[in-house]
Design a protein around this ligand. Structure first.
Ligand code: E4P
Length: 218
């Protein structure tokens, strides 16, 4: 299972990378705006800065919505670094753009996936990753995790090579349930990754071990 961090914040990316468990980064226009990154030149430079921090898999999202411009934009993003994966929204022209970019050997991540039909289309078009948004489905009282299970099953049935990249995770239980469901990748904020470290009995146990060591060695 791969771990991606869902942020454009360089220090958070570095912290997750330094933990030794990071396989990639996902960004989106909202996350870039949150970091105050605006203007095309700054945005492209920021993607390069992210690429320099990690080993592979940096999703950079197009902001155009028509086929020709998405392909052009995708090619420009891919030129930044071999680590770039072009993120394309699940719309009609997006599916066509995924096919065109895939045919040119450019990796893509089809984003804003909310049902299995969309995931099938993205895989048929040759997307490298498909991003179903668990948290946003849960937010509208739908079952985000059921969608992950459904897509994993469908891709297994047909041997689709597209990786299921579970996105919009809100908490550590989402991550663990994704692992149970067989998601290939999870992308989540830093606190969800570091949240995996925590258990009160670990803290209590460590405190006791250290106290007992001190007693015997003072
Ligand atoms: C996925 O790549 C998206 O960037 C992300 O996971 C969306 O998460 P959100 O619903 O918390 O904005």
């Amino acid at each position: 299972m791969k771990f991606f961090i869902d942020t454009a914040n360089l220090s958070e990316i570095k912290e997750a990378y330094d933990l030794g468990v990071l396989d990639g980064v996902t960004t989106n226009p909202s996350l870039m705006a949150k970091e105050g990154i605006t203007g095309q030149a700054n945005i492209l430079k920021h993607y390069k800065d992210i690429c320099d921090l990690v080993d592979d898999n940096v999703s950079a999202e197009v902001i155009s919505t028509d086929f020709e411009t998405m392909v052009k934009e995708g090619k420009e993003l891919a030129k930044i670094d071999d680590k770039i994966v072009v993120k394309i929204p699940m719309i009609k022209d997006g599916v066509k753009a995924i096919k065109a970019l895939t045919d040119e050997g450019i990796r893509t991540n089809c984003t804003l996936i909310f049902n299995a039909g969309q995931a099938i289309l993205a895989a048929k078009a040759g997307a490298s990753f498909v991003s179903p948004f668990i948290g946003r489905l849960d937010d509208i009282s739908s079952d985000g995790m059921a969608l992950i299970e459904q897509i994993v099953l469908i891709y297994d049935n047909y041997g689709f090579e597209t990786e299921v990249l579970a996105a919009s995770l809100r908490h550590t239980m989402h991550l663990i349930q994704c692992a149970e469901a067989g998601a290939d990748v999870v992308t989540c904020p830093l606190n969800v990754i570091t949240g995996l470290l925590k258990h009160p009995l670990t803290d209590i146990g460590l405190e006791k071990f250290l106290a007992d060591y001190k007693k015997g060695n003072s």
